[in-house]
Design a protein around this ligand. Structure first.
Ligand SMILES: O=P(O)(O)OC[C@H]1O[C@H](OP(=O)(O)OP(=O)(O)O)[C@H](O)[C@@H]1O
Ligand code: HPA
Length: 183
């Protein structure tokens, strides 16, 4: 299991975004293309690794959480909430101030209510800026975060909660190395 993911990571090109070594991979970028078998492999690994008891919703961030969230939602029949980069001004909308290793931005959370149990999934955790901001936004709604899982863990970011990763990687200026897997 995870052979496709490991192969795709270890053949990922790396580019500079400022000082940040940014790897380019189908799961984290959607390019050059997403193979259905890779999505299935990741969906199955997430189902095996997440605690799905009494979960009301899956929460993902636009853009690169969406394909993973869709695969996972279709496998589990749990509804999906997409945290968007655009505000809608709906009642209860929560702004999420996101900082990554190479960007700053605003995301907007809708569709999560007090008392609900949610799981967060995403493509990658690097500095942890996105997950920390999302966790505090979800907590402000009064919902409970039951579990958090990313496909790829890069570095040792502290998000203040346990974080499950399917694979852990190290990224140099030229290549990605898979250093651990959840299996
Ligand atoms: O741990 P961090 O340093 O926060 O990095 C991880 C985040 O960076 C990427 O999102 P990005 O904001 O680049 O948007 P995208 O999903 O549209 O590519 C990725 O999808 C994660 O959400
Ligand atoms: O190196 C990266 N590649 C793709 N997406 C990312 N999101 C955070 N870091 C990265």
């Amino acid at each position: 299991m995870l052979e496709r993911l490991i192969h795709s990571l270890e053949t990922s090109p790396v580019m500079k975004r400022g000082e940040y070594n940014y790897f380019i991979n189908p799961i984290t970028d959607g390019v050059p293309l997403l193979e259905p078998a890779l999505l299935r492999e990741i969906g199955c690994a997430m189902v095996r690794n997440l605690d799905l008891a009494k979960i009301d919703k899956i929460v993902v961030c636009e853009a690169m959480g969406i394909h993973i969230g869709v695969a996972f939602s279709m496998m589990t029949d749990i509804p999906l909430v997409v945290v968007r980069k655009r505000p809608y001004g709906l009642p209860g909308e929560v702004a999420v101030h996101q900082t990554t290793g190479y960007s700053k931005g605003e995301l907007y959370l809708n569709g999560v209510a007090a008392g609900e149990r949610v799981v967060i999934i995403d493509d990658v955790c690097s500095t942890g800026g996105t997950l920390r901001a999302l966790i505090s936004a979800i907590e402000s709604t009064g919902a409970e975060i039951a579990d958090i899982c990313v496909v790829i863990g890069r570095g040792d970011a502290d998000i203040g909660r346990p974080l499950k990763t399917l694979v852990k990687i190290e990224v140099s200026e030229t290549q990605v190395r898979v250093v651990d897997t959840c299996l």
